[in-house]
Design a protein around this ligand. Sequence first.
Ligand code: FAD
Ligand code: NAG
Ligand code: NAG
Ligand code: NAG
Ligand code: NAG
Ligand code: NAG
Length: 500
Amino acid sequence: MSLSLDIKFFLLFLLIIQVTPLNTRTFLDDVGCEIVQYPPEILGPVPHLKECLSTINSLVVYPGDPNYYESIKTFNCRYSYFPVVIIYVTNILDIQLSIYCANTLKIPVTARSGGHSFEEYGNGGRNGVMVIDVKEFNQVSIDKETNTAIIGAGNRLIHIYRKLNQAGFLFPAGTCLLVGIGGYATGGGYGFVARKYGMSSDNVISAEMVTANGSFLSSINSTHHSDLFFALRGAGNAGYGIITSFTFKIYPIPPIVTAINISYVSEQVDLLFMSIAKVAKNLSDKLTPDIRILSENDRLYIGSFYGVFLGSAEEAKSAVNELIELTEPAFTKFVELSWEEAVEKSPRFERQPFKSTSYVIAPPGLSREGLKFLRNFINNIECTTKALFYLMGGAINKFSVNSSAFMHRDSLYMLQMAMHLEGHNKEVQDKCFEKHLQFSQEFRAKYAIYFSYQNYIDRNLQNWETRYYGHHFPRLVETKRKYDPNNLFNWAQSIPIKFS
Ligand SMILES: Cc1cc2nc3c(=O)[nH]c(=O)nc-3n(C[C@H](O)[C@H](O)[C@H](O)COP(=O)(O)OP(=O)(O)OC[C@H]3O[C@@H](n4cnc5c(N)ncnc54)[C@H](O)[C@@H]3O)c2cc1C
Ligand SMILES: *[C@@H]1O[C@H](CO)[C@@H](O)[C@H](O)[C@H]1NC(C)=O
Ligand SMILES: *[C@@H]1O[C@H](CO)[C@@H](O)[C@H](O)[C@H]1NC(C)=O
Ligand SMILES: *[C@@H]1O[C@H](CO)[C@@H](O)[C@H](O)[C@H]1NC(C)=O
Ligand SMILES: *[C@@H]1O[C@H](CO)[C@@H](O)[C@H](O)[C@H]1NC(C)=O
Ligand SMILES: *[C@@H]1O[C@H](CO)[C@@H](O)[C@H](O)[C@H]1NC(C)=O
């Protein structure tokens, strides 16, 4: 079966290289991802680019190079964009030289860390940009005296968790282990322990960055470049420069944690949501749960409440006792494990085509009517769609709305509507996409508050500037103008240099 499939693909491949003119190139992509053909205009070399970059030591990949295709793979493969060059920078000087060339040749620049942007902004979100990939900036150096760690901006979360774990520490970060810290901690960063220690960005105490004129700022903190420090924690992935490292607060690992899985059948979902509103106020900050709703298709459990509790099973049970009494769930499970096991058990996702939208919902939470509207959508759409609610509160609210560019405080939960497009032809995908946008507009207007979460970036979101950054937007524009006056780092949803 798989052999014959391989042969078919091989034949198709032969066919494609035969019928494809020599100056274009087509790639067969992974299962679920589109077949990629890159536009001929990208193949033509940018005049003087190679000469300009010839002095740098880092790996430089151009269109037409054998490893070009591999180096433009991003997590979301709904679209593909084609950079004119990808530079795997290994040192500050090479970043500065790259930026010098980009300025001289007027090529827009984008930073890339883990390649998990929802809109492929790691590749610029359009053709023709210079990608500065920081994955070689992967140090994790731990200071046990001060409970801080210097973390290279190119690390994937998994690598940081493992390094910290060996030293007995954790840091506030997400459950999707291959996400890059560079794009994650700069746009907020919700994760395992957010209600205990805050958003990931709340735990950044300083950063290092190369700016648009090539200067290297080695101390961006609350007293040095404090305007930039404010911007980087919430909008640091929106076009201020190439961050090379962060200093994070880190925390001792508890001796035992408990994975909680409380699941509900369809009829219980309404009650679950009405009860969440009641119990959230008094829920222990040792627990940062997400609450999910799936579509009805052949599944027993449609609603669920998951989280890793920072303590024993006994303690965990008492923390959710009120919820359990109110909702009488169909299934409950409490498993004690080590922090390391809890992290490593997180699901790994393959790259895939998807579209997500995000919403912020204030207390007392989604109304019955809103819930019905949402469930009706996910039960009737051809493309599998999940509603993922991330419970806020706890430490997230201890930071003032004005402490950083991340301003989504005092909400009950953030919601991600995650739509999987794989396994459908283009026509169905387009239809699902359109329906998702229609749903999004109506749901947002009727049942959510004004704001949206910038890490779940959505190119189709109208008024994203204030929905992501609220009243901080003017301040962010001012800071952008100061550090990047010519808008070198620019794409569809980067912070602009002036109000339009
Ligand atoms: C499967 C999956 C699970 C996720 N889970 C969570 C979650 O649990 N919680 C959460 O909060 N978010 C989550 N996200 C969202 C994630 O935080 C964002 O997509 C994030 O921007 C990805 O960062 P990246 O470095 O991997 O992506 P990239 O595509 O490399 O970069 C994303 C953006 O950040 C910018 N950027 C990257 N590195 C730098 C740098 N060094 N300096 C300046 N700018 C930089 C890029 O230019 C781009 O605009 C998830 C995303 C996916 C795909
Ligand atoms: C910020 O960095 C500068 C330069 O390294 C340092 O002198 C200062 O103490 C730092 N500020 C804080 C609040 O750590
Ligand atoms: C929670 O338990 C249910 C029922 O066994 C199961 O279907 C689901 O996959 C579990 N979820 C997680 C995240 O373990
Ligand atoms: C709050 O939660 C604690 C346990 O986490 C419980 O003992 C207490 O009764 C709860 N208070 C209210 C008002 O529900
Ligand atoms: C935050 O800043 C805004 C604008 O400067 C101001 O109007 C608001 O009162 C501040 N909020 C708090 C809680 O300090
Ligand atoms: C370059 O920009 C930085 C801020 O990003 C600024 O401090 C510095 O003065 C600028 N240098 C020159 C030569 O313009």
